[in-house]
Design a protein around this ligand. Structure first.
Ligand code: HEC
Length: 484
C-alpha cells in the first residue's frame, strides 16, 4: 500500500500525538455496565425511593402520572416518561431528573407546578445515586444487557450519546473530556462492529480516531488528520476513514485501519477533499468521493488498486455521503450543492456511472438503506425534511416533515429494520443562512436550549416520526451495528 503524501502532514501528526496522549493518561475509566457491588454503594435505592415518595410521587404515580412518568418504583423511574429517559446511568449532570430539579427556568421543578423544591442534600443524594449507575436495591445497573445500541455524536460537546434501540432512550453518555480530550474535540462519525463488541469515533479537531469497547472503555486510538466519515468492512478487518468537510486542504488519502490491532496506513486516492465513504459488502471495495471536484475513487484492498472515475455535470455536486445496499448491488450518493441522489449499479461496468439521478430536497446528507435493501432514508440538511427513496422504482417516495428535524445530519437503522434514525444539529442559524425559524425547541427550558441536538425515530411501516430523542449539542454522525 502506498504512503503517498504522508510526509506533508507528518510533523503536525506528531505534535498532536504528544499532546493527546499526555492528556489521555489523566482520563478516568468510562462508565461500565457491570452490575454494582451492593455492599460498596454509598446510596441504597431505598433512600432514593423514600425521597421520591416524599416529594414527587403525589403527581408521578398511576395511570395519569404527569407526562406518563411514574416515580413509584425503580423499574418505573428507569422506564422514563412518554418522551424519554429521566435518568442516564453514570451521568447525573445530563439526567433530566437532576436538570429539572436544579435548572428549570421558572422552577426548579416541581416549584413551577406548586410542588416543593428539593434541598441541596436531596439533590446531592440523587446525583450520587445516578453517578453510581442508578442501581436497583439489588445492585442491578439499568440497560447493562442492552443488545442493540445506537451511538450519536454530539459534535459541539465532545459527547457521544448511547441509545437503546429497543426503548429508544438514551442509556449512557460517553464524555470525551473524561478521557482527556478538549470540549472542541468534535466527534463526527461512528462505526460499530457487526457483533457490537467495539465502536469507533472520528474526532475532527482532535485529529484522532478512537476505539471503544462495548462497555465504553477506550481501548485504542490513532492520530489521523481531520477524520470525517468512517466505514467498516463487516466481512474483514478493515476500517476506513475519509476527511472532514472542515478540512480545506486535507491529505488526498484515506485511512486503512486494521481494527484488530489499530495499525494503519494512508492510501493515496488522488482526488482532493475525500469525504463520502462506503464499503461494498462481500468483495470489500471501498468508495470515496471529492467535495471539490466531480470525481469518485475506488480502492480494492485485495490488489490495492485505486481507480478514479469522472462524474458528469457542469456544476460541482459536492458528494456528501455514500451507502451501499446490504446485498452489495446498489450504491447511492448524495450531493450537497446540486441536491441529487445518484444511484449506481455496482454490478455494471463501469460501475460508477449513475443509472439514475433523483432530484430531492435540499442538501441530502447521510443516506442509509433498510436491511432488506428496499428503502433509503436520508435527511435533508437545508430543508429539515427526510427523503425516503423507493429502491424498487428508484424514485423519491416520500418527504417526511415534522418537529425534531433541524438541519438533519446522520442516519442509521435498527438491525430489524423497524426504525430509521435521523440526527439533527439544531444549531442556531441567522436569517441570511436561510435556516432560522427551523429550530427545534426542547420540551423544557434549562437555560441552554441552543445546545440540544435531536435524533428522530421514524417507524419504517408508517414512515412517520414516532419519537424525538433529545441529545446534547450538534447531533452529527450516527452509528449502529449494520446495515450501514
Ligand atoms: C405538583 C405535581 C408534581 C410534583 C410534586 C412533581 N412533579 Fe414532576 N412533573 C409534573 C408535571 C405537571 C410535569 C410535566 C411538566 C410540564 O408539562 O411542563 C412533570 C415533569 C417531570 C419530569 C419530566 C418528564 C418528561 O420526560 O417530560 C421529571 C423528570 C419530573 N417531573 C421529576 C419530578 C421529580 C424528581 C419530582 C420530585 C422532586 C417531581 N417531578 C415532582 C408534576 C409534578
Amino acid at each position: 500500500m502506498g504512503r503517498n503524501n504522508l510526509k506533508a502532514t507528518f510533523s503536525f501528526v506528531i505534535c498532536v500525538s504528544f499532546l493527546g496522549s499526555g492528556l489521555a493518561i489523566g482520563g478516568r475509566e468510562a462508565a461500565g455496565t457491570t452490575p454494582g457491588d451492593n455492599a460498596r454503594l454509598a446510596v441504597p435505592y431505598a433512600d432514593v425511593q423514600r425521597l421520591l415518595d416524599e416529594k414527587c410521587t403525589s403527581c408521578h404515580t398511576g395511570a395519569d402520572a404527569a407526562r406518563g412518568l411514574r416515580l413509584d418504583s425503580w423499574q418505573a423511574l428507569i422506564a422514563g416518561s412518554d418522551h424519554g429517559e429521566a435518568v442516564i446511568p453514570f451521568d447525573a449532570v445530563r439526567s433530566l431528573l437532576v436538570e429539572l430539579t436544579t435548572e428549570l427556568v421558572g422552577g426548579p421543578h416541581p416549584a413551577e407546578v406548586g410542588g416543593e423544591t428539593l434541598n441541596d442534600a436531596e439533590v446531592a443524594l440523587l446525583r450520587e445515586w445516578i453517578d453510581e449507575g442508578a442501581p436497583s436495591d439489588t445492585g442491578e445497573i439499568p440497560f447493562a444487557d442492552a443488545q442493540h445500541l445506537l451511538y450519536a455524536a454530539n459534535q459541539s460537546e465532545a459527547v457521544i450519546s448511547v441509545i437503546d434501540m429497543e426503548t429508544n432512550q438514551v442509556i449512557r453518555t460517553v464524555d470525551l473530556q473524561q478521557h482527556g480530550f478538549q470540549e472542541n474535540a468534535s466527534p463526527h462519525h461512528i462505526a460499530v462492529e457487526p457483533d457490537g463488541s467495539h465502536w469507533y469515533v472520528s474526532l475532527i479537531t482532535a485529529n484522532r480516531i478512537l476505539k471503544f469497547d462495548r462497555d465504553n472503555n477506550l481501548v485504542g486510538e490513532i492520530d489521523f488528520v481531520r477524520p470525517g466519515l468512517l466505514a467498516l468492512d463487516s466481512d474483514g478487518d478493515n476500517l476506513y476513514a475519509a476527511r472532514s468537510m472542515a478540512a480545506v486542504r486535507p491529505p488526498q488519502e484515506i485511512g486503512v485501519i486494521r481494527r484488530s490491532d489499530m495499525t494503519f496506513e494512508e492510501v493515496g486516492i488522488f482526488l482532493p477533499r475525500p469525504h463520502a465513504l462506503a464499503v461494498r459488502p462481500g468483495e470489500g471495495t471501498v468508495y470515496t468521493a471529492s467535495l471539490a471536484v466531480n470525481q469518485i475513487a475506488s480502492f480494492n484492498p485485495q490488489d490495492e488498486a485505486v481507480e478514479l472515475y469522472e462524474l458528469g455535470g457542469d456544476r460541482t455536486h459536492t458528494l456528501v455521503g455514500f451507502a451501499v445496499s446490504p446485498d452489495g448491488r446498489w450504491m447511492v450518493g448524495t450531493t450537497e450543492l446540486t441536491g441529487y441522489v445518484f444511484v449506481f449499479d455496482l454490478d455494471r461496468t463501469p460501475a460508477l456511472t449513475p443509472v439514475d439521478t433523483l432530484v430531492v430536497n435540499a442538501a441530502p446528507w447521510h443516506p442509509v438503506f433498510t436491511p432488506d435493501g428496499r428503502w433509503v432514508y436520508v435527511g435533508n440538511n437545508r430543508d429539515n425534511t427526510v427523503n425516503v427513496i423507493d429502491m424498487d422504482t428508484r424514485t423519491l417516495a416520500k418527504v417526511i416533515e415534522g418537529n425534531g428535524l433541524a438541519q438533519p445530519h446522520g442516519a442509521a437503522m435498527s438491525p430489524d429494520g423497524r426504525f430509521a434514525y435521523i440526527s439533527s444539529r439544531n444549531l442556531e442559524m441567522s436569517e441570511d443562512q436561510g435556516r432560522a425559524g427551523h429550530m427545534y425547541t426542547p420540551r423544557y427550558d434549562l437555560g441552554d436550549n441552543g445546545r440540544a441536538g435531536t435524533v428522530v425515530v421514524i417507524d419504517t411501516d408508517s414512515q412517520e416520526i414516532v419519537k424525538i430523542i433529545e441529545i446534547e449539542g450538534y447531533g452529527s454522525g450516527l452509528g449502529a451495528a449494520a446495515p450501514n
